[in-house]
Design a protein around this ligand. Sequence first.
Ligand code: GLV
Ligand code: MN
Ligand code: MN
Length: 421
Amino acid sequence: MADQSEIAPNAGRMQAAIETLAQLTTPEQPYTRRSFTPLYRQGREQVARWMREAGLEGSLDQAANLIGRRPGSDSGLAPIVIGSHTDTVPGGGRFDGIIGVVAAIEIARRLNEEGMTLNHPLEIIDYLAEEPSEFGLSTIGSRALAGALSPEHLRLTDPTGRTLAEGIAQMGGDPERLGEVQRAPGAFALSLELHIEQGPVLEEAQIPIGVVTGLVGIQRAQIVLNGEANHAGTTPMRLRRDALTGAAEVMLALERLCQATDGQAVGTVGKISTAPNASNVIAEQVELIAEWRSVDPALLTNLAARFEEQIRDIAARRGLHLSYHMLSDTEPVLIPQQVQRLLLQAAEALGLPTHLLPSGAGHDTNHLAVLALAGMVFIPSRGGRSHCPEEWSNIEAIAQGTHVLGQALLTFDRQERLSGI
Ligand code: GLV
Ligand code: MN
Ligand code: MN
């Protein structure tokens, strides 16, 4: 049997795959491959071809997660799962999510090339729609696996009026049979995800490998304020019911609440639309999506309550009608010590320095952590930039991260049999 270090990835092959997916972008806004679009489907067809080339038995589950399976020598063992996502934010990057899928397929290829059979079955998953979709919901595929995709979620609509249930069906899933996707806790023996850090910590410390200690929880709400459209020149200031200035107050309220947490929480309004959106008409309606994040669940709950209270005050004071609707509430996750240790030891075995750090980004791992021992490996992001076209990670770093993931997977596969982990 091959020595563990022999599944060093083929960096050139990975680079080519990353470039191939990068070319599948909305031309006027690189790099954009939004979930539930034809371009996204095209990207996943490419991923499915790579899965087949890697000898994986590929299929879509009822939540339209794209899954490649590799049998283990002991089919009685729960599978190990590795993967990430291939959708992007609008005007995003070439690496967020993508490297996790490319790395997982590369690991399968290298196992084949070395003629290695794992004890555990292996599942490689391109999770459906990790980024906030046009339905307002993120991590849709992994949410379904964890049983956290509710009937209410399925009724969410995108700006064209399509429901999420319809979107899942168009992606090849079956929203009527989502119950079959849900896995029980323990259904996976281990879940690992390679991702870019998306922040400055590793680059500043000049450390190639980050081992994630925990992931933030994220709460998102849709807020719609309705006022009254009127003439911008003839309506005295005292008579206005301006939805847009009301929204400005809402955004500042969230900023102030999060600033007061001493770095324990962040909050953002990154999406806003207004109607009629004309320079000389007082805004009648504003819809915005607000989100706040922290690793502290009590703080998330407290922020949600105080934010909603302040929004209600703002709306009442300004004579605006308010509709407030929680879109999602994803719990923070602590990565178990034994998984952190597994990843640290894998990096050490390869002579790669490590740094422990929490994730400020949400990931499919937030949901996988409910089902399995779950962990994440980060690699440096140039300038700490992400969710923008400047997002960049060197192929050498991507290959190192992949190597650590593969090494950890092999160690776990053998040790768990011997002693449990
Ligand atoms: C995912 O990229 C997120 O953290 O929003
Ligand atoms: Mn992202
Ligand atoms: Mn991501």
